[in-house]
Design a protein around this ligand. Structure first.
Ligand code: ADP
Ligand code: MG
Length: 710
C-alpha cells in the first residue's frame, strides 16, 4: 500500500499501540497530521570534520569507522556505560554512551558511521559523549539541518523526525493549495509543497525562511479572513438609524472636548446614522476621557427614543458612571438609573417596571444589566466599559443578549406600540483602556471598528515616576507621611496573593510583599498614626467594595492592594502610588496602575520599588519612568515579553496560532490582513471553488468559536 496523508501512523514500522497513544497526545494520528507538527527549532548538523580539525566549542559531524565491539559496563543500578573506539585518517576517538545498552548491537566493528556531537580533545586524545550517530550514507539524522520537534514522554525526536520524513517524501504530491496563485505571486510566497518540505527539512536557512514566511502568511491570512468574515457579518446587520451631533452634545460637557474625543464621537455619530449596527471599540489610555465619549452615545440613543445599557466591570465603577452620566445628561432631560446586585426588593421591582415602560433612558450597571427578568422597552445601544478582557466570542454573546431583549426581536408579534423600536439589534460600543499596540489591536479587535484616543485632556498632572531600591525605604515611608499630612491619600500595590500561596513565607517568593501581612506590618509598625486598609482579589466582592468606598470617601489614608485596583474608581485625592516588587509586573500593567493617581489637581508621584539587581529588569522599569505614553510603553512591552502579557493566557479569545508570532510577524500581519479584507470583500462567504480549501481552514482555525459563523 502506498503511503498517503490518511495513512494511520500505526501502519508504519516502529509505531505500535503504545506509541500510537502517545503520538495522539501530540495530535498525531495520520501521516498527514505530522505535516502540521512543526519543528520548534533546528540543529545545524551539516558541518563534517576530520577529528583533528573538529571545532571545540560546537558540535559537528565526524565520519569514522568503529574499531572494536562496543563494551558495556554497569557502574551501579541505573547507570551503565557503553564505550567504543572509532577511527578516521586523523586520529582515534573514544566514544561513551550513558544508559544506552542497545548501542552494543547497533555499532559493528569495521563499519563506518557518522557521529554528531562535540569532539573534546586532550593532547592527541579525542573523545565524544552521547553523540547522535547513524550508518554513513543514511543521511537521516546527520549531514542536514535537523528539525527539533515538540515531544511528549516516551516519544523521541528521532521517531517524530522519521515520521515527518516519510510524510514529506510521500504525501506532498497533490497537496492542495489554500492560497490562490494570484495572491502567492503578488506577495512573493512559495508553493505549499515547497513550504512544507522546507519547514521540516530545509535545504538551507534561506529556504527555511522562505518556507516559514509562506506558512506565517497563510496562517495570518486564514485568521484575518475569519475575522473579516465576522466583521462583515456583523456590519451587514441592520442598525437603527440614530441622529446625533457631537457639537450639540459638547455644550453639555463642563469642558471643551479634546480633538481625540471629538474624533471618536464623530466616528460613533457616523456609525449610528449609517443604518448598520455599530460595533466599535474606543481605545484610549487611562484618563483620556472615554466616559464623555460613552455619554455621547447614551445621549444620542436617548434623543432617538432608544434605551442605552452601560455595563461596568464592578459595582463601584457602575456607581461612579451613574453619577457622571446623571450629572452630564440629566440637564438634557435624559433619565439615568443604576442597577447593581445591591439593588433589591421593592426598589428593584420599581426600577424594572420603569425600564420596561421606557421611563429610563440610560441604565448603568454590572453584568446584572443582562440578567433574567431585565426587560428593556427599546434597547438601542450597549456600551461595555473596561472590557479589554473580552474576546471575540464574548462580544458575540454580548450582542446576542441585547438582541434577546424584547425590544430587539418580538417573537410573539405582540403589540409594539413603539414604532422606533424596530427589529434591529442594538449598537455596540466597547471602551478599553489597555493601550494595545495598534498592530495587535488590528487582529484582536479585527471584527470591530476602532477609534483610538491618543490625546490626554489638558491640565492633567503628569505622574512623576521614580525607581528606588531597598535603601530608600525609610525615606519613602517618610514621603507617605508627608503626603497624608498634606491631606492626600496613598496607594501601595503588591504582587498578587498567589492562588496556592504557601510560597511566600518559605518559598522562593519569600520576600514578596503579600498584601495582608504587609498591611498589618504597615499599620502596626510603620504608620500607627495613619488609617491603613487593604484589598485583594480573594476578598468577597462586597468586602472589596466596602474597602474601596471607604478609601473613596477619604476614610482611609493608605490603601494596600493587589492589582485589583487597576480597573478602579476615580479618587482624585490620591497623589502617590507605591509599587512593591515592581519587577514582577508587566510595563503596561504598571502604566495602568499608575493611572490611578494624577487624576486630580494635585501633583502626583509613582514610586517603583525593586530589590532586583538585574540590569534588564531595571532597564524596563526605567523605560516607564521616562515616558507617560501608554502606546509607546505597550509597544515596548510587546517587544520584550510578547503578547501573552496583555491578556493573560488566551484571554483575548483568539484562536491559537502555530507558526506566526504576534510580536515578530507584525509586518506580514498587515500584508495578510489587507489581502484578506480584499478577498472577503470579493467573496464574503468564500463560496468560489478556488476558495474552498481556504474556507475549510478558516472553519478549522475558528472551530472553538464556530457558533459565530452560523
Ligand atoms: P478614562 O475613562 O478614559 O480613563 P475619564 O473619562 O474617567 O477617563 O476622564 C478622566 C478625567 O478627565 C475625568 O475627571 C474627566 O472629567 C476629565 N476629562 C475628560 N475629558 C476632558 C476634557 N476634554 N477636558 C478636561 N477634562 C476632561
Ligand atoms: Mg474609564
Amino acid at each position: 500500500m502506498p503511503l498517503n496523508r490518511e495513512t494511520p501512523l500505526t501502519d508504519l514500522p516502529g509505531v505500535g499501540p503504545a506509541r500510537a497513544k502517545k503520538l495522539e497526545k501530540l495530535g498525531l494520528r495520520t501521516l498527514g497530521d505530522t505535516l502540521d507538527h512543526l519543528p520548534q527549532r533546528y540543529e545545524d548538523r551539516r558541518e563534517c570534520c576530520a577529528l583533528r580539525d573538529a571545532p571545540r566549542d560546537r558540535p559537528c559531524c565526524v565520519a569514522a569507522m568503529a574499531a572494536e565491539t562496543p563494551r558495556v559496563s554497569y557502574i551501579r543500578r541505573g547507570l551503565s556505560l557503553v564505550k567504543v573506539k572509532a577511527v578516521d585518517e586523523t586520529g582515534t576517538v573514544h566514544i561513551t554512551f550513558f544508559n544506552q545498552d542497545y548501542i552494543r548491537e547497533a555499532i559493528r566493528p569495521g563499519e563506518s558511521y557518522i557521529f554528531f556531537g562535540t569532539v573534546e580533545r586532550q593532547g592527541n586524545l579525542f573523545s565524544m559523549t552521547n553523540p547522535v550517530f547513524e550508518r554513513e550514507g543514511a543521511a537521516r539524522f546527520t549531514g542536514l539541518i535537523m528539525p527539533v520537534y515538540p515531544l511528549t514522554a516516551g516519544i523521541s525526536n528521532n521517531l517524530v523526525a522519521g515520521l515527518t520524513r516519510r510524510a514529506v517524501d510521500s504525501c506532498l504530491d497533490g497537496l492542495p493549495e489554500a492560497l490562490p496563485a494570484r495572491l502567492r505571486k503578488e506577495h512573493k510566497l512559495c508553493q505549499t509543497q515547497y513550504a512544507r518540505k522546507n519547514i521540516h527539512y530545509p535545504d538551507d536557512f534561506e529556504a527555511l525562511a522562505i518556507a516559514r514566511r509562506r506558512l506565517v502568511f497563510e496562517e495570518l491570512f486564514v485568521l484575518t479572513c475569519g475575522l473579516a468574515q465576522l466583521k462583515d457579518r456583523r456590519s451587514a446587520g441592520e442598525g437603527r438609524v440614530m441622529e446625533g451631533s457631537p457639537a450639540e452634545f459638547a455644550a453639555l460637557l463642563p469642558f471643551p472636548p479634546t480633538g481625540a474625543q471629538r474624533r471618536a464621537m464623530e466616528d460613533i455619530a457616523a456609525d449610528l446614522r449609517s443604518g448598520r449596527a455599530m460595533n466599535r471599540l474606543v481605545q484610549g489610555d487611562v484618563g483620556s476621557g472615554k466616559t464623555a465619549v460613552a455619554a455621547f452615545g447614551a445621549w444620542a440613543a436617548a434623543k432617538n427614543g432608544a434605551q442605552c445599557a452601560l455595563m461596568a466591570p464592578t459595582e463601584l465603577l457602575a456607581e461612579q458612571h451613574a453619577r457622571t452620566m446623571e450629572a452630564l445628561l440629566a440637564p438634557a432631560g435624559v433619565r439615568v438609573a443604576l442597577l447593581t446586585g445591591s439593588v433589591k426588593g421593592r426598589e428593584k421591582k420599581a426600577l424594572l417596571s420603569a425600564l420596561a415602560a421606557g421611563e429610563i433612558d440610560v441604565l448603568v450597571g454590572t453584568h446584572a444589566l443582562f440578567s433574567e427578568g431585565v426587560e428593556y422597552r427599546s434597547l438601542g445601544l450597549v456600551i461595555a466599559d473596561e472590557q479589554h478582557r473580552f474576546g471575540v466570542a464574548q462580544r458575540g454573546a454580548l450582542a446576542e443578549k441585547g438582541q434577546g431583549a424584547p425590544a430587539g426581536r418580538r417573537e410573539d408579534g405582540g403589540e409594539d406600540s413603539h414604532p422606533a423600536a424596530g427589529n434591529a439589534p442594538p449598537h455596540v460600543l466597547v471602551m478599553s483602556a489597555t493601550p494595545i499596540p495598534r498592530t495587535l489591536a488590528l487582529i484582536i479587535y479585527g471584527d470591530l471598528d476602532v477609534s483610538v484616543m491618543d490625546e490626554l485632556p489638558p491640565g492633567r498632572t503628569p505622574v512623576d515616576t521614580f525607581l528606588v531600591g531597598e535603601d530608600k525605604r525609610a525615606r519613602m515611608y517618610g514621603f507617605v507621611r508627608k503626603q497624608v499630612a498634606e491631606g492626600r491619600q496613598v496607594y501601595m500595590v503588591c504582587p498578587a496573593v498567589e492562588e496556592n500561596s504557601g510560597g511566600w513565607e518559605d518559598g522562593p517568593g519569600m520576600d514578596l510583599k503579600a498584601v495582608t501581612a504587609y498591611a498589618r506590618e504597615l499599620q502596626e509598625r510603620v504608620f500607627p498614626e495613619l488609617r491603613v486598609g487593604f484589598v485583594h482579589g480573594r476578598l468577597k466582592a462586597k468586602e472589596k467594595e466596602d474597602v474601596m468606598s471607604a478609601f473613596h470617601r477619604g476614610e482611609l489614608d493608605v490603601l494596600v492592594s493587589t492589582t485589583v485596583i487597576e480597573v478602579g474608581v476615580d479618587v482624585p485625592n490620591a497623589s502617590l502610588m507605591i509599587v512593591e516588587n515592581a519587577e514582577r509586573f508587566g510595563l503596561s500593567q504598571l502604566h495602568q496602575l499608575r493611572g490611578r493617581v494624577g487624576r486630580g489637581k494635585h501633583r502626583s508621584w509613582c514610586v517603583l520599588v525593586t530589590a532586583s539587581r538585574s540590569e534588564t529588569a531595571r532597564e524596563r522599569l526605567k523605560a516607564l519612568c521616562a515616558t507617560n505614553d501608554g502606546f509607546q510603553i505597550a509597544e515596548e512591552d510587546l517587544r520584550l515579553r510578547g503578547p501573552g502579557d496583555f491578556f493573560g493566557k488566551r484571554q483575548h479569545g483568539l484562536p491559537q496560532l502555530k507558526v506566526a508570532d504576534f510580536a515578530s510577524d507584525m509586518e506580514l500581519l498587515k500584508e495578510a490582513r489587507e489581502a484578506a479584507q480584499e478577498l472577503i470583500a470579493a467573496d464574503p462567504e468564500l463560496k468560489k471553488p478556488s476558495h474552498r480549501l481556504l474556507r475549510k481552514k478558516v472553519r478549522e482555525l475558528f472551530r472553538e468559536n464556530a457558533e459565530l459563523f452560523n
